[in-house]
Design a binder for this molecule. Structure first.
Ligand code: ADP
Ligand code: MG
Ligand code: MG
Length: 259
């Protein structure tokens, strides 16, 4: 069992543009409070630019984001004081919205290196190869996929399926999936959703599913839905809230946040 507690989190980003206040920093998260426990699936939904990815990157420890207030703890341990590697070893996994290319590193070496770093020892070769093949197969990726360079020439769907393969094989306690559904056709969306559902069917897994669209939530039923607008959680509820959003969109929240 583990609990991720985000309390009143404030985050600025190193601005590429002038922020007009002379600081060069722009506040993106303006006090986010959220608790995610093992066994729960949370959906964070909101319009583009509302800060959803900033939340994911801040929890994962991306250097571009500066925490200016609040806290993030995992079972009481200060996540913000951990290096990115320590966060991964503590059981946090972030599937990147825009995964980087790693030319010359094959998918299978990449996965094995990551697994070894997280577990502190290399996985046993025979079971590992079996696990990798079974995982790729379940995601409709053929065995040669393991020999390809990470993300080099991957289609959008292959990138997403590779992220899910990473999640299933690295087996973290808590997975943060940022826009895992974007750019997927319906077949790929189903395959990816099945992977997430396999993962969360295991004991004590938590999922934080970040998405702009409601359609993935037809395949992955969240326990909790949080509406994210302008760097804050504007509304919270159960799965019925996703259905409401599907019908009415984010408009009323965006208008309320603007006044
Ligand atoms: P979302 O994932 O909800 O679409 P993001 O977290 O990506 O939102 O972005 C939130 C806001 O932060 C946006 O207004 C975006 O323009 C801004 N932002 C993100 N990264 C940077 C950056 N490097 N420089 C300036 N602004 C940024
Ligand atoms: Mg965005
Ligand atoms: Mg985003």
């Amino acid at each position: 069992m583990s609990t991720l507690e985000i309390k009143d989190l404030h985050v600025t980003v190193d601005a590429e543009k002038d922020t007009g206040d002379g600081t060069g920093h722009k506040e993106i998260l303006k006090g986010v409070t959220l608790t995610v426990k093992s066994g729960e699936t949370h959906a964070i939904m909101g319009p583009n630019g509302s800060g959803k990815s900033t939340l994911a990157y801040s929890v994962a420890g991306h250097p571009k984001y500066t925490i200016t207030g609040g806290s993030v703890t995992l079972d009481g341990n200060d996540v913000l004081a951990m290096t990115v590697d320590e966060r991964a070893r503590a059981g946090l996994f972030l599937a990147m919205q825009y995964p980087v290319e790693v030319p010359g590193v094959s998918v299978s070496n990449f996965l094995r290196t990551a697994k070894t770093a997280i577990d502190g020892e290399a996985p046993k070769l025979r079971t590992w190869v079996k696990d990798v093949n079974a995982t790729l197969d379940a995601l409709n990726l053929d065995a040669t996929f393991g020999q390809r360079s990470v993300n080099e020439g991957f289609s959008g769907g292959e990138k997403k399926r590779h992220e899910i393969a990473q999640m299933e094989l690295l087996d973290p306690g808590m997975a943060i999936l940022d826009e895992t559904d974007s750019g997927l056709d319906i077949d790929a969306l189903k395959i990816v959703s099945e992977g997430v559902n396999r993962f969360r069917a295991k004991e004590d897994k938590a999922v934080l599913l970040i998405t702009h669209y409601t359609r993935i939530l037809r395949y992955i039923q969240p326990d909790f839905v949080h509406v994210f607008v302008n760097g804050r959680i504007a509304d919270e509820g159960g799965p019925e809230l996703a259905e409401e959003l599907e019908a009415s969109g984010y408009d009323k929240y965006v208008k309320a946040a603007a006044v």
